[in-house]
Design a protein around this ligand. Structure first.
Ligand SMILES: [Zn+2]
Length: 312
C-alpha cells in the first residue's frame, strides 16, 4: 500500500468503514469561522461520529455547517445529532429538498433500501454552479448524477482537492441505484467521470476509503467497471443486492438465516432486482443463493443457522 497522501491545510478526513461514509472537516481559517462538516455517517454510528468530530475540531472551533453530498443513509444519518449538538445549519443538494422538508419516506431512499435515517431539517441548498466559501477558498459545487441522481461533488481548484462522494472511489464507484429500478444511469456515471477528469483533481477524498492521488488510474478502473456493468447489467444488480445485504448485516451484526431471508424478501429494491433480472427463479431460492454466495466469498459467516458479519 502506498502512503496516504498529505491533505491540504485545514482539511481533516475522518475515514470510516462501510456502514458510515467518510466525514470531512473543512476547518475555518480561525476558530471563530467554524468548520464545515461534509457528510455525517450512518444513524447507528452517531455516537462514534459525534466523538470523532469533537476530537478533530480545533480548540474553540465549532461546526457551523453540515454539507451533504447526497442523502443516502450512510452520508446523512448523523445530520440530526450533529445539528443538535452544534446548532448548525444543513445544506443539501436541491433535488430532494422538498422531500426532506416534508420527510416524504416514499420519495427518499430509506424505505426502499431498508435503511434508517433520523429526520432532520435542511436549512438551504448546495446549488450546482455556485460555490461554498470556507477558510478563504471557494469550493465549487458540481452535479454528479449516476450513483444517485441528486448527488453533488465539491472541488477546490487552488489545491486541486475533490470531494467525490460515491461518484469515484480509488477502485470503482457506488451502486448505480437508478439502474436497479430500470432507469438508465450508466450514461450519467460516464458523464460524471468525464466531469471529474476535466476538473483535473490532484487529490480525491472519496466517500469511502482513503484519500488518493492516483486519479487517472482510478478513472481507468471506474470506466472499465462501468463498461463491464453496461455489458452485464444483471451483474451490477447482483453486486448491488449483495452490497445492500452486507450493509444490512453490518448494521444488525447477526441474524438467523430465516430472518435474513425474510428481510431480503421484503425490501422493495431487492424485490425489484429479483423481478428485473432473476424473476425466472423462485425469489426464495434466489435469496438463499445470494446469502450462500456471500458466505462463500467470506463477506458473511455462517455457524449452523446463524449468519454474522466480520468486524470492520
Ligand atoms: Zn451513496
Amino acid at each position: 500500500m502506498n502512503q496516504p497522501p498529505a491533505l491540504p491545510a485545514n482539511i481533516t478526513v475522518l475515514e470510516r468503514g462501510w456502514l458510515s461514509s467518510n466525514n470531512i472537516l473543512l476547518h475555518g481559517a480561525t476558530p471563530e469561522e467554524g468548520a464545515v462538516l461534509v457528510d455525517t455517517g450512518y444513524a447507528a454510528h452517531v455516537g462514534q461520529t459525534l466523538a470523532l468530530v469533537a476530537a478533530a475540531l480545533r480548540p474553540r472551533e465549532n461546526v457551523r455547517l453540515i454539507a451533504n453530498t447526497h442523502l443516502h443513509s450512510d452520508h446523512c444519518g448523523g445530520n440530526r445529532a450533529v445539528a443538535e449538538r452544534y446548532q448548525c445549519s444543513i445544506l443539501i443538494p436541491p433535488g430532494e429538498f422538498s422531500a426532506v422538508e416534508h420527510w416524504d419516506e416514499s420519495a427518499l431512499s430509506y424505505q426502499v433500501t431498508g435503511q434508517q435515517c433520523e429526520r432532520f431539517s435542511p436549512t438551504g441548498k448546495l446549488m450546482p454552479g455556485q460555490t461554498l466559501r470556507q477558510a478563504g477558498r471557494e469550493w465549487q459545487i458540481h452535479s454528479a448524477p449516476g450513483h444517485d441522481p441528486n448527488s453533488v461533488i465539491l472541488f477546490e481548484p487552488e489545491t486541486g482537492t475533490l470531494i467525490s462522494a460515491d461518484a469515484l472511489w480509488e477502485r470503482g464507484f457506488g451502486i448505480i441505484f437508478p439502474e436497479l429500478d430500470g432507469h438508465d444511469a450508466f450514461t450519467e456515471v460516464r458523464a460524471t467521470l468525464d466531469i471529474i477528469e476535466a476538473l483535473r483533481p490532484r487529490i480525491v477524498i472519496p466517500g469511502h476509503g482513503a484519500p488518493f492521488h492516483a486519479v487517472q488510474a482510478a478513472l481507468i478502473t471506474a470506466r472499465e467497471r462501468l463498461q463491464y456493468f453496461q455489458r452485464e447489467p444483471g451483474r451490477h444488480a447482483l453486486h448491488a443486492a449483495k452490497a445492500l445485504t452486507v450493509f444490512h448485516m453490518l448494521e444488525i451484526r447477526q441474524s438467523s438465516m430465516e430472518d435474513l431471508k425474510e428481510w431480503l424478501l421484503r425490501i422493495p429494491i431487492l424485490i425489484s432486482v429479483w423481478q428485473r433480472f432473476f424473476g425466472d427463479e423462485p425469489i426464495s431460492e434466489w435469496a438463499t443463493q445470494l446469502v450462500r454466495d456471500l458466505v462463500q466469498a467470506g463477506a458473511l459467516r455462517q455457524q449452523s443457522t446463524t449468519i454474522s458479519v466480520r468486524e470492520t
